[in-house]
Design a protein around this ligand. Structure first.
Ligand code: KIV
Length: 282
């Protein structure tokens, strides 16, 4: 089975829509792969939906490498993108190149994503030159939550919308193979998508981007602490999981689990010998 590459993703622009989903461990990587997604992003949303932080700012490179490697063991066909966490690339170009490289050499990821535009063009150029494909990410960039004053949609007025278009063009020129557009109006996403020759992947950016991305736990209804309006839940597994584990608890209490078939018996001769041994020894 041929693994999807970053150039394969770029080539899909104008051919068909691209599906991307986050995953954070072996089973979610396997499930996303078997469901047929094109790209798995091991997002730093890990911090919120898996590690229980308020935002993504506490996620470390070690967290990301650990989880990306687990996803890679589960997913064979999709392109796996490692999300560069807060302060893993911002301080310097050299640090950005080194940490991007660690995703490829240690986890099986074959591209990285990083948040931000104009301030990081040099970082992106250097990472791409070192051999690592880069996916850009503009609009609502959660690592800027402190500066934005919350998880707020971006590009809603003419000036900030125009700046986003300029930033997207600059990211393409810096060498990105695709760009995530998060929580920007449909009009802005449409304009950017039409102007770029690389694919745009939207989340809360309307139907006209080249692809869509959603967080695994949101799609499956596993996370209810914070549900943005752009999320569509395709299942309600949190409720189903609580019900299933609740039933297990009940059955343990009332003795109906384990039942015949959930455990084994010794054969009769072994049991006899066992009892004899016990009488002799204990
Ligand atoms: O970390 C993440 O999950 C993301 C996506 C929402 C694009 O950056």
């Amino acid at each position: 089975m041929k693994k999807i590459t970053a150039p394969d993703i770029s080539a899909l622009k104008g051919q068909r829509k691209i599906s991307m989903v986050t995953a954070y461990d072996y089973p979610s990587g396997q499930i996303a792969d078997e469901a047929g997604v094109d790209i798995i992003l091991v997002g730093d949303s890990l911090g919120m939906v898996v590690l229980g932080y308020e935002d993504t700012l506490s996620v470390t490179m070690e967290d990301m490498l650990h989880h990306t490697a687990a996803v890679s063991r589960g997913a064979r066909r999709p392109l796996i993108i490692g999300d560069m966490p807060f302060m893993s690339y911002q301080p310097s170009v050299a640090m950005a190149v080194e940490n991007a490289g660690r995703f490829l050499s240690r986890t099986g990821a074959r591209a990285v994503k990083l948040e931000g535009g104009f301030p990081f063009l040099e970082h992106i150029r250097a990472i791409v030159d070192s051999g690592v494909p880069v996916q850009g990410h503009i609009g609502l960039t959660p690592q800027h939550v402190a500066r934005f004053g919350g998880f707020k949609a971006q590009g809603k007025n003419a000036r900030s919308a125009a700046a986003l278009v300029e930033e997207a063009l600059a990211l393409e020129a810096a060498g990105c193979f695709s760009i995530v557009l998060e929580a920007v109006p449909d009009e802005v996403a449409t304009e950017i998508t039409e102007r770029l020759s690389i694919p745009t992947i939207g989340i809360g950016a309307g139907p006209n981007t080249d692809g869509q991305v959603l967080v695994y736990h949101d799609i499956l209804g596993l996370f209810d602490r914070f549900v943005p309006m752009f999320v569509k839940k395709y299942a309600l597994l949190r409720g189903d999981s609580i019900a299933a584990i609740g039933q297990y608890v009940e059955e343990v209490k009332n003795g109906s689990f384990p039942a015949q078939g959930n455990y084994s018996h010794m054969d009769a001769d072994e049991f006899k010998q066992f009892k004899t041994l016990l009488r002799e020894r204990v």
